[in-house]
Ligand binder design. Structure first.
Ligand SMILES: Cc1cc2nc3c(=O)[nH]c(=O)nc-3n(C[C@H](O)[C@H](O)[C@H](O)COP(=O)(O)OP(=O)(O)OC[C@H]3O[C@@H](n4cnc5c(N)ncnc54)[C@H](O)[C@@H]3O)c2cc1C
Length: 429
């Protein structure tokens, strides 16, 4: 087949695996190089929104995880002292009705393994312990790229997909210089509780009846949701960054963590009493790039390597899955018939994805502002606006973008397949 490309994907995270699946479905030879020795990241939760779950459904991946995920029946925003500011009942059904796909809370490892399984079924080669050290993109457009890994092996590719996350080597290779991520000023305490760690019946009920809860407080907020069929609870505490420069991740101190939430809702503080270990993650971001595609059109960046964001709208992974899908769909035989088309195809990819990825990243910072207000006139205005709509259908811009009638549709309503079809059609007319 003339259109078949040799594609090397760097990184078996969610963006890399999504790209691999869709590129393999489009008939290309795909190899994934992953630095980790095994794909078992320390467990934490992931909220999947319809813009990604509709793709997972199409790929047959959602079926593999559907018995392990939780669809939250309500989404509630409380102030830090536990007063309800916003609540949507029937959230699970409303989302399916509005967007035709679910909002699902899952364990990241479950999703990653389901993606790997599907990728392998489609013939994708996943090579572990393969840390990419450099990429030689050749000296002319149309050159094959050479991807070198630690230990000396080199892999040739018509196209290299840089899906190696926040600390991307592909990005540095692309720019020709070291380009470390920047602190956002916040960090996350990541907690996973097993139902057995929770003795209080009320708290156990909270875990067993899937719902999504936010507590918004001064300079910080908390998100909590059930996963693994209501047998696990994922709690993330988002607070000002006090990690030393150069420390990206470390074990957290439990007393220090609890102290930060003294005076908050007793439901939350009681929950924090159940915690016996916690990780502290510095939240990083990056400057927007001029381009995600190199001049020779044989290296393209996707996911956190080019549009990392705050996790405050749960869109980092979801938008990375969109990236992978759009790239693979543009390379489908009905849209892509010869290697010579690679430059224009990658430009179209960038046109479809860059503005959106960056807009979502910016929106996450706006969400921080609305969820981290200190007590005072601005916070009182926010609460008034939210309480004024409590129990009613929301109308207009809403401080919680999770249910905002203006933001939610452009986040969750995005359909990668339709986007690609429309874009390809418009290039032909
Ligand atoms: C606290 C927190 C909560 C979050 N919650 C959510 C959420 O609920 N929903 C959501 O959508 N997003 C969430 N995110 C964001 C999400 O985790 C990321 O946006 C997403 O994982 C990005 O995927 P990626 O594939 O681009 O990068 P990654 O997941 O980082 O994957 C990159 C892969 O590349 C590999 N790699 C790195 N360097 C090399 C190399 N040199 N050679 C070979 N392999 C390499 C890594 O080992 C890794 O497997 C959250 C983030 C945080 C910090």
């Amino acid at each position: 087949m003339e259109h078949q490309l040799d594609i090397v994907v760097v990184g078996a995270g969610l963006s890399g695996l999504a790209a691999s699946i869709q590129c393999a479905l489009s008939g290309h030879l795909v190899m994934v190089l992953e630095s980790a020795r095994e794909l078992a990241e320390i467990g934490a939760g992931l909220q999947l929104t319809p813009n990604a779950t509709r793709l997972l459904q199409q790929w047959g991946v959602y079926d593999t995880v559907k018995d392990q995920v939780c669809e939250p029946a309500t989404l509630t925003v409380l102030n830090y002292q536990g007063k309800v500011l916003a609540q949507e009942d029937g959230f699970d059904n409303n989302i399916r009705r509005k967007y035709g796909a679910p909002f699902s809370d899952c364990h990241r490892v479950d999703l990653q393994q389901a993606l790997v399984k599907r990728a392998k079924e489609l013939g994708v080669r996943v090579i572990l312990s393969a840390k990419v050290t450099s990429i030689d993109v050749g000296n002319a457009p149309g050159s094959q790229a050479e991807v070198a890994i630690e230990g000396g092996n080199i892999y040739d590719a018509d196209l290299v997909v840089g899906a190696d996350g926040l600390w991307s080597t592909c990005r540095s290779s692309f720019l020709g210089r070291r380009d470390p991520p920047l602190p956002t000023g916040d960090l996350a305490y990541r907690i996973v509780l097993n139902i057995n760690q929770i003795k209080d019946p009320k708290l156990r009920g909270m875990v067993q009846n899937p719902a999504c809860r936010f507590w918004a407080g001064p300079d910080a907020h908390v998100v909590a949701y059930s996963m693994r069929s209501g047998n696990m609870y994922n709690v993330v505490l988002l607070v000002p960054d006090d990690l030393e420069e150069g420390v990206a991740r470390t074990a957290g101190d439990l007393d220090e963590m609890r102290k930060l939430f003294e005076g908050w809702d007793p439901v939350l503080t009681q929950l924090l009493e159940c915690v016996d270990r916690v990780d502290k993650w510095k939240l990083m971001h990056r400057k927007e790039m001029e381009s995600w595609v190199n001049p020779h059109s044989n290296l393209v960046l996707i996911g956190d390597s080019c549009h990392p964001m705050l996790p405050y709208l749960a869109q980092g992974a979801n938008s990375s899955i969109e990236d992978g899908a759009v790239l693979g769909l543009l390379l489908a035989p009905e849209n892509f018939t010869s290697k010579e088309q690679l430059p224009e195809t990658l430009q179209l990819f960038q046109q479809l994805r860059k503005a959106r990825g960056e807009a979502i990243a910016r929106e996450t910072f706006k969400q921080r502002k609305d969820f981290h207000m200190r007590n005072g006139p601005e916070q009182e205005k926010r609460d008034e606006l939210m309480l004024g709509q409590l129990g009613k259908e929301l109308d207009g811009a809403f401080p919680s973008r999770w249910t905002c009638p203006e933001v939610q549709p452009w986040l969750y309503g995005y359909d990668a397949v339709k986007e690609v079809q429309a874009a390809v059609k418009s290039t032909k007319t």
